[in-house]
Design a protein around this ligand. Structure first.
Ligand SMILES: Cc1cc2nc3c(=O)[nH]c(=O)nc-3n(C[C@H](O)[C@H](O)[C@H](O)COP(=O)(O)O)c2cc1C
Length: 184
C-alpha cells in the first residue's frame, strides 16, 4: 500500500506536520510505503477555471507548475492523508488551492482512478470547541463523495501553539492508530 501525506500548513514540524508523521509511521508499521509533500514548498497556481473548456475534456490541467507531477502521485497512492490547520473555519489556502486543482479529476478517464481511494483528514485548531472544524470537515466530505472516494478517518485536535500537539499523548496515539488501520 502506498500512502501520501500532504501537509497544508506553512509551519514545518508543527501540529499538522507532526500528526501526519504519526499517521505515516503507523502506516509504515503496518507495512505501507509512504511519501510526504509540503504544499507550502511548492509553486501551485490557483485554478484558472479553464477546465470547462480544457481539463474536463482533455483530462489534465493546462497550468504547468508544481501541481503537474502531483496528479500521477495522487493516482499512484492508495491512501492520501490531507492535513491542514483550521484557518478561518476552513482549510489553509495551500490545501484549498491544491484541492481546487483536482477539477481535472472530473474527466471520465480519471474518475475511475480516484474512486475508492482512502482519505484521512488531519486538522489541528486553536479553539477548544472542535465544532469550529465542522465547515472544513463538511467541505472535505462533500468533495470526497463527489470523487467516490472513502473518508476513512478524521482527527481534529485542539492545539494552537507551534508543535503543541506533541504533548497530547492521546492525539498522537490516535494518529498512529489511524495509520496502522488504513485499509482499502
Ligand atoms: C490565518 C489563521 C487562521 C486561523 N483560524 C483559526 C480558526 O478559525 N479556528 C481555530 O480554532 N484556529 C484557527 N487558527 C489557529 C490554527 O488552526 C492552529 O494554530 C493550528 O494548530 C496551526 O497548525 P500548524 O501548527 O500545523 O500550523 C488560525 C491560525 C491562522 C494563522
Amino acid at each position: 500500500m502506498k500512502v501520501l501525506g500532504v501537509v497544508g500548513s506553512p509551519r514545518k514540524k508543527s501540529n499538522t506536520d507532526i500528526l501526519i508523521d504519526e499517521v505515516l509511521q503507523g502506516s509504515k508499521a503496518a507495512g505501507a510505503e509512504f511519501d510526504k509533500i509540503f504544499l507550502n514548498d511548492l509553486k501551485i497556481k490557483p485554478c484558472q477555471a479553464e477546465c470547462s473548456d480544457y481539463c474536463k475534456k482533455i483530462g489534465y490541467c493546462k497550468i504547468n507548475d508544481d501541481m503537474s507531477p502531483l496528479y500521477d502521485k495522487l493516482f499512484e497512492s492508495d491512501a492520501i492523508i490531507l492535513g491542514t490547520p483550521v484557518y478561518w473555519y476552513g482549510p489553509s489556502a495551500q490545501l484549498k488551492t491544491f484541492i481546487d486543482r483536482w477539477y481535472a479529476f472530473c474527466h471520465p478517464k480519471h474518475v475511475q482512478k480516484m474512486k475508492g481511494k482512502i482519505f484521512v483528514l488531519i486538522a489541528p485548531l486553536e479553539e477548544t470547541d472542535k465544532s469550529a472544524a465542522q465547515p472544513l470537515v463538511n467541505m472535505i466530505k462533500k468533495s470526497l463523495d463527489y470523487l467516490d472516494s472513502k473518508f476513512h478517518a478524521k482527527l481534529i485536535v485542539s492545539a494552537g501553539e507551534k508543535g503543541e500537539v506533541k504533548k497530547n499523548e492521546q492525539a498522537m496515539k490516535e494518529a498512529y492508530k489511524i495509520g496502522m488501520k488504513l485499509k482499502l
